[in-house]
Design a protein around this ligand. Structure first.
Ligand SMILES: Nc1ncnc2c1ncn2[C@@H]1O[C@H](COP(=O)(O)OP(=O)(O)OP(=O)(O)O)[C@@H](O)[C@H]1O
Ligand SMILES: [Mg+2]
Length: 313
């Protein structure tokens, strides 16, 4: 798969503050890449360097085979950006449509295509009835929708989104996520997005990177990261009737589980080598006359991985 965004040894300092430190990262064409990390970790700074808004202190950034320092114009022509402070970057003296026309013209979108594209985006983002209003009269969420339309107006092959759904309601957030997924499908567009919403990253992103104090600490698909950080598996078992304490002592007596506890009348146990051990645990319970209603695995989600990786930093 082709690399479309490449950071090599990227460092960005603001005086004494090292916002981004020695980051190496490759984002592939058609991928939805999620950039996660605590406040002040360096996410937006990375986006600003990659979108030519800031100059790197050290290292190189190549976007769509153009170096951001050597060919910033070529990089800008290829990208769309929803900036972190996107809600406040519109021209209030222009209407919604005029804002989009202005940015479309900057990107040399042909006139006929531009009108269709504007109509399409306004329709999709449910902004059509506000097309002749000034963004100065908009709520934060409406401004963010307009920022999104602006980022996509020229149908750019590479899109940077800094917290795209932060001000959107749940239904619109889902719509935007589905749109991103659809656009990235078949390698049409590449998305690099910062988000604090771990469930969003989990469902949307092909791969995620965790950044903490300016350093990239983990990169991988949500599934790979789960596997890497969870070698043991946790199960919970619910009895039809009977005493959970009795079940707990039976599981303990098998000496097959690493740990056993009771939570909300459910027996929670941790095992390795599940294929061999779980049948033996279940048999011991059934032979003791206990009826099992449900046995299910507690699968860690990306939030669990995040807390494990970032929590200790
Ligand atoms: N223009 C600037 N001048 C000085 N320091 C800056 C500037 N921009 C960012 N920083 C500092 O760089 C660090 C990284 O900031 P950045 O905005 O990249 O974080 P972030 O990961 O996007 O955080 P958040 O989740 O809060 O948006 C912070 O300590 C921030 O204060
Ligand atoms: Mg930020």
């Amino acid at each position: 798969m082709t690399t479309t965004i490449e950071l090599k040894g990227l460092t960005k300092q603001f005086g004494e503050i090292v916002a981004v430190q020695d980051v190496d990262l490759e984002v592939r064409k058609g991928e939805v890449f999620g950039f996660l990390g605590p406040n002040a970790a360096g996410k937006s700074t990375t986006v600003k360097v990659a979108t030519t808004l800031l100059v790197p202190t050290r290292g190189t950034v190549v976007v769509g085979s153009h170096d951001v320092l050597e060919e910033p114009e070529s990089v800008r022509a290829l990208i769309g950006l929803l900036p972190e402070d996107g809600a406040d970057t519109h021209y209030d003296r222009l209407t919604t449509v005029e804002n989009l026309e202005y940015f479309g013209r900057l990107y040399d979108v042909p006139k006929e295509t531009l009108q269709n594209r504007i109509d399409e985006l306004l329709e999709f983002l449910e902004l059509s009835d506000r097309r002749d209003d000034s963004p100065g009269t908009f709520s934060t969420g409406l401004k963010q929708k307009l920022s999104l339309a602006r980022a996509l107006i020229h149908n750019p092959p590479i899109v940077f989104l800094d917290e795209p759904t932060s001000n959107l309601d749940p239904i619109m957030s889902r719509k935007v996520r589905e749109f991103i997924q659809q656009m990235a499908g078949g390698s049409k567009q590449t998305f690099f997005m910062c988000t604090h919403l771990l469930s969003e990253a989990e469902h949307l992103c092909d791969r995620v990177g965790f950044i903490s104090h300016g350093r990239l600490v983990e990169v991988g698909s949500p599934a790979d990261l789960r596997r890497k950080f969870w070698t043991q598996r946790t199960f919970e078992l619910q009895l039809a009737t009977g005493d959970p304490a009795k079940a707990k002592s039976i599981v303990e007596a098998t000496s097959l589980a690493t740990s056993v506890r009771i939570e909300n009348k459910r027996i929670v146990f941790v095992v390795e080598k599940v294929e061999r051990k779980n049948p033996q645990i279940v048999r011991a319970l059934v032979e003791a006359g206990l009826a099992i209603v449900e046995l299910r695995e507690r699968i860690p989600d990306l939030e669990d991985v995040y807390l494990k990786v970032i929590g200790g930093k």
